[in-house]
Design a protein around this ligand. Sequence first.
Ligand code: ADQ
Length: 489
Amino acid sequence: VYQTYENASQQRLIVVANRLPVSAVRERDGSWSLQVSAGGLVSALMGVSNFKTCWIGWPGVYVPEGPERDALTAALAKECYVPVYLDPKIVDLHYNGFCNSVLWQLFHYVPLNMDSKLSETRTLQFQWAAHQSANQRFADVVLRNYSAGDVVWVQDYHLMLLPAMLKNRAPKMKVGWFLHTPFPSSEIYRTLPVREEVLRAVLKADLIGFHTYDYARHFVSACTRILGLEGTPEGVEDNGSLTRVAAFPIGIDPERFARALEKPNVKAHIAQLLNRYAGRKVMLGVDRLDMIKGIPQKLLAFEKFLEEHPQWRDKVLLVQIAVPSRTDVPEYQRLRSMVHEIVGRINGHYGTLTHVPIHHLDRQLAFHELCALYAVTDIALVTSLRDGMNLVSYEYVACQSDNAGVLVLSEFAGAAQSLGAGAILVNPWNITDMAAAIEDALTMSDQERRERHRQNYMHVTIHTSQTWADTFISELNDTHVEAELRTKH
Ligand code: ADQ
């Protein structure tokens, strides 16, 4: 099952990710429809078209074995997607439990919580066992679909055990693994009870990639300090065998946004929004509703700004789009209530009969709506407490050719290392400084805005998702050439 391209010599790329890039939705007539999901990994990989690609992942729904499951598998196959079906119990313990309540937190510098269920050793044991069996299910599906010559690209922290599971059964398979989140300092990572098992499994990959050099360095330190292996400029060495570790900063497909801005429905939407926002400056936040995105901190900074600058109160508006994610996890439900409470307080206090300071939406936007918002707004506020890269900042820059809007960007997002020169960098924990950054952004001279935008635009259009994938896959192919040469000598 794979996409066919005119150039038949293209290598087949098997992308393995926890989720397929679409969610399966059951229609009234019993058929399945597929909806593209929001998220950075999907956005980036959608921009990659140089390979014959087959995507393997969990379809996001449980369907018991039988005709219904067969119908969904067939609908997915048409799009070159191969589903990995997981039992609800496994999904709960592996995905909600081990992945989202343990690894996701830890990788974003949230320490393991003594008060949570985690301190009950048995819960962690169950979660770990489910995590192992989920990874095994993925490995089985990959192995069933793999043919010699394919290259397998495993994505993200959900599937760190996969490289070992694949290599044990198919030693010649080319396996790369890329982490979309930060890799934390080894001082944080080493609190993970199964730290060694996870590192050893991922080290079986031929190539390990991170967004930034810092994350790669943290990973190599974890391997040297926890496993006692040797770190070299190329990667990690174990008994003379090297696993390459390097930085591959992700990007977007800027052309997709440029094309969208030319479409009549986007232009119409832009005209509508410009009309609605006339006479006011508009700031934009677009985030998955996740604690790492620093949404409460962003709102508090805006509140402080309004408090300190009464002259701006009816002249500036914050449009905050927060698409709900991981809605089964209690921490995410609490975050949602907290955000609603702060928005309500600010709107109640600073709103008037004609002006509401925060326009907050709890849903995913259609692509044309998102592009229009990116294009018409004056400032983007990206205030992540930690973020692997943050592609919203890239998308905003890609859509601002006319306006040259200002990007206010957290120094804790990987993107600060690539867009830092053009953005106003902030520490999202410092609400006072963030309020000051909002003022700087609102009052920046036209010349400075254009110069900052020019620098960022150049970066976004050169470092695209296609170059990211090309570089990673070409390095992955090279690692094998090198390994073969080593064996021959
Ligand atoms: P995410 O945490 O999902 O990605 P990000 O990189 O900002 O974060 O990507 C979010 C994507 O979702 C963007 O493409 C954006 O357009 C889309 N999106 C967000 N909210 C939306 C909404 N309301 N409606 C429609 N679309 C919406 C993870 C890591 C990041 C890393 C990426 C890629 O957490 O740090 O940059 O993977 O590696």
